[in-house]
Design a protein. Structure first.
Length: 285
C-alpha cells in the first residue's frame, strides 16, 4: 500500500514538472515572438486571431470565418453571394468565383441597388478587430491573386461593425491593374494610395496593414505590398471602433460595365491577423 502511494506521489511530481516546463516553454516562445516583432516593446504579448492555416480545411475555416457579408448576400455591386461560389483548394487556398447569370434575380438590397448580373463569393471574420488601450496594435496580412479585368472588383478590407466609417481597404482593384488602399474618415474625406501591379492577377502578392494606437482618438494605418511600406494614413476617430475583416469578389459598378461573360476567380492564402495585448491588461485574469 505504501509503495502504491509512493508511486502516485512520484508520478504526480513528474506531471507537475512537465506542466511547469511546458508553461515556461510557451511563455518563452511568446516572449521571443514579441521581441522579434518589436524589440522595443517587450511589454506586449502576441495573440493570433486568425491563423495562416484557416483555409486548410472546412473545420479550420469555420473557426475563423463566416459566409457572405456581415449584413447579408449583396452589397454595392451587381453580384449576389452564394456558398457554391466559395471553395477551399489544396494548399490552403480560398477561391471565390464570380459567374455571369442570365435569369432575372432582381436588384441588390444595398445602394446603388444595381441589377443582379452575377453570382459570387464573400467571407468575413468571426472575430472583430478593435484597436483599444489594451490591444493597441494589429497586423493583418494575406497573399492574393486578384482579378483585374473590366467589371471585376476584388477586395480585402475592414469596415465598421456599428456605424460607417471607419473603412480600411487593404486590397481593392477596380477593373484594372491599379490597387487602391483607402482610409475613410467621412464619405468625402479619405486618403488613398494607388499602386500599379501588372501581374496582380497571375502572381501571389502580399498585402498588409498595421494598425497602431496613436492617441485616445487616432490610430496610424500603415499599408504594405510585398512587405514594402507604401503609405501611412491617419485613422481619425478609429480608436475603440470594432471592424469586420472581409474578403469578397464584387462585380461591375465602379469597376466598369459590362463585366466578364464567363467565370472569374479570386484567390487568397496565408491570411493572418495578429494582435498585440498589453501584459498589464492580462494581470487581472
Amino acid at each position: 500500500m505504501k509503495a502504491m502511494v509512493k508511486n502516485k506521489l512520484i508520478w504526480h511530481k513528474i506531471h507537475l514538472v512537465i506542466k511547469i516546463f511546458i508553461i515556461s516553454l510557451v511563455s518563452n516562445t511568446l516572449k521571443a515572438q514579441v521581441l522579434q516583432e518589436d524589440k522595443n516593446r517587450p511589454d506586449f504579448l502576441l495573440d493570433t486571431v486568425i491563423k495562416e492555416d484557416s483555409f486548410n480545411s472546412e473545420r479550420s475555416f469555420e473557426k475563423s470565418w463566416n459566409y457572405f457579408y456581415p449584413w447579408g448576400d449583396t452589397h454595392n455591386g451587381s453580384a449576389k453571394m452564394y456558398k457554391k461560389n466559395i471553395a477551399l483548394l489544396k494548399g490552403g487556398i480560398l477561391k471565390l468565383t464570380s459567374e455571369k447569370i442570365y435569369k432575372n434575380e432582381g436588384i441588390s438590397k444595398n445602394p446603388p441597388y444595381l441589377k443582379i448580373n452575377y453570382h459570387s463569393g464573400a467571407v468575413f471574420s468571426k472575430e472583430l478587430i478593435t484597436v483599444t488601450d489594451s490591444t493597441p496594435q494589429y497586423v493583418i496580412s494575406g497573399y492574393f491573386k486578384a482579378p483585374t479585368k473590366k467589371g471585376t472588383w476584388p477586395a480585402f478590407w475592414l469596415t465598421a461593425a456599428k456605424s460607417w466609417p471607419p473603412e480600411i481597404d487593404i486590397l481593392e482593384y477596380k477593373g484594372n491593374h491599379e490597387n487602391w488602399q483607402n482610409t475613410f474618415t467621412t464619405t468625402s474625406k479619405f486618403a488613398t494610395k494607388r499602386t500599379f501591379l501588372i501581374d496582380a492577377d497571375s502572381q501571389w502578392h502580399q498585402y498588409k496593414v498595421i494598425l497602431k494606437k496613436y492617441d485616445s482618438n487616432h490610430i496610424t494605418v500603415e499599408y504594405y505590398i510585398d512587405n514594402r511600406n507604401v503609405e501611412i494614413h491617419d485613422g481619425t476617430s478609429y480608436m475603440n471602433k470594432p471592424l469586420h475583416l472581409i474578403i469578397n469578389l464584387q462585380m461591375e459598378a465602379v469597376s466598369g460595365e459590362p463585366g466578364p461573360s464567363g467565370k472569374t476567380n479570386y484567390f487568397a492564402k496565408d491570411v493572418e491577423v495578429i494582435r498585440f495585448i498589453k501584459r498589464d491588461y492580462l494581470k487581472g485574469f
